[in-house]
Design a protein around this ligand. Sequence first.
Ligand SMILES: C[S@@+](CC[C@H](N)C(=O)[O-])C[C@H]1O[C@@H](n2cnc3c(N)ncnc32)[C@H](O)[C@@H]1O
Length: 263
Amino acid sequence: MSAPKPRTDYERIAPAYDCDRQEYDSFDATLAALLQAALQAAQSAGTPRLLVDVGCGTGTLLARFEGDAGDAFDWQTVGVDTSRKMLSVARGKVFASALAAGAAEALPLASGAAGCLLSTFAFHHFSSLGAFLREVRRVLAPNGRLVLRNILPREGPQPLMYRFFPGAREIDDRRFPLHAEVLAELEAAGLELSGQHVDERVHRFTAARYLELCKKRTISQLHLVLDESFRSGMAAIERHQREHPDELLEECVPVHTFVATRP
Ligand SMILES: C[S@@+](CC[C@H](N)C(=O)[O-])C[C@H]1O[C@@H](n2cnc3c(N)ncnc32)[C@H](O)[C@@H]1O
């Protein structure tokens, strides 16, 4: 984990990021329940009603809070992301949330300003999980909550992608922490784990659908593998399609959600 992490260029990915996301939705019933509980706990502790989505990308979650929760959702929301192009897509989807260009490791927010911080599928892009969590501690008010969600592919079942694009695994080994490392970083930053949840998502694709999903290279691993490896992975999926036309491609993806409290 000491070598610099491969950097995904979200300025290039932004225009196509929202296409083909149905299998990889950041939101689900678990996140809704954990976030609601976190907001209630923060609110009853008297923290500021400000929810910050760090690495908010194209604003999918912010738009959902504004849409689904409607008037009942009376928290102010802010999205922070380093990519101006991702934020510009978000601007077309959100109407009530503020959007700010900024880094997770140096959040553009005052100390103690927020009651709740959320970050989904983003921390493997940050230069340092520890630096981000120290910022979380600074920006959260006492008794504020962090809801942190990501995959941890170095443990458990292997993503389907590794079968066709072996270079993707090497990239992930350099970007993702182990589960125990996440817990250790939370503790080192002075945040207290108050809950954790794992959802096993099973994806089944026809080879045609999987080819469709991979071809735009909006998934960061596929953006980062060498062009030659990308082409040979796509050829391997096409070969699979010819040789096993009726076989579905399947993967099980554990999605981890950590909830932590700033004492
Ligand atoms: C895979 S996307 C996830 C977007 C969104 N959270 C979601 O679940 O759909 C990762 C996002 O993290 C952003 N990002 C990468 N490095 C960052 C950093 N150091 N600080 C803040 N955002 C960052 C990227 O620009 C990108 O929008």
